[in-house]
Write a protein of this length. Sequence first.
Lengths: 152, 222
Amino acid sequence: MKDCARYLPLLGSRPGELEAAERAALEGHLAACAACQGRLADLAALQGMLGEALAREAARRDFTDFADQVMARVERRRAGALGAFFRRHRALAVGTALAPTLVAAALIVYLELRGAAAPGIEVVSEQYAPMVIETDQGPLILIGDGDDSEGT
Amino acid sequence: MVILPSKLNFPAARRVFPMDLDDQGLVTRARAGDAEAFRSLVVRYQRKVYAVALGIVRDPDLAWDVAQETFVRVHRHLGEFKGESAFSTWVFRIASHLAIDSVRRERTSAKDDLEEAGEAALAEGGEGILATALGTNPQESALRRELLDKIGEALDRLPEIHRTILVLREVEGLSYEELAERLDISKGTVMSRLFHARKKMQALLRRYAGLEARGEAGEGEP
């Protein structure tokens, strides 16, 4: 029995898990110990039963909605992470929100200082005031080119 | 009257990946943003992940939550999965970590006292009785079917450290070295803890099966 205490923790090991000397000593003990042979037989008889029992318990549960719930959790967590990021970086959030306004303001100031027109509009005459005609499709702006004979 | 397909109240059609498409193929697609590929991985492993969690936490609702959280973590860290181990190994590792963490949060000192009090009653002999009763073909034994229903009850009565090491060893199939690393204990402690866990489990199963011990003292019990 005293020897058994030494070998009990070695029972149930798999090939390669024990040192060669441990393995040899265990085999020597098993050859002479009926109690440890019984313990080893119990281990072998119960092999795989825990996994099978848990699989049976799992099989009793309805998994129909499991994957949907996981996907919803993933989405919630992703949205939450984005919100948390902006909460942690308030300056960045404010900057991001104001960015379009700031860019537009900077462009206006820049164009004012340069005295240039906004991009996309070609000014063909600066000598005459433009004439605005209201049409069905909206206002039509006519800009004179300085040549009275050809009109505008 | 013509009913347009869009008016029918059918769930949205889902792509179903063939079962023979290996995990790595699905992981690659999921990593590229394919939600259906990720869903297929969830469906493939949901029951086993739940079983591992249930074995450790012994609470169906908590196990359900742990299993779901496992897949959320898997999704979040999919880019870090290098494929050095099997995908399933990686998933079960995450599941068992979460299960151990959650059961340790839930654990109360009162419950531990109860578990320790129960240990003395379980320290009894009877080695070999189960093997004999299960016979030469344990797979077809009626006793085996009966015991399968009792293993859950036996797990409920084991301390968390013994449940955990049994599930990691018997269900996840971890080696002594992997157990030592996972549980942050020495290989010697792994072997000793496994022995005591098995001994208690066997004593409970003998009792459930009405196979009384022959009165041998449980040697080596701490």
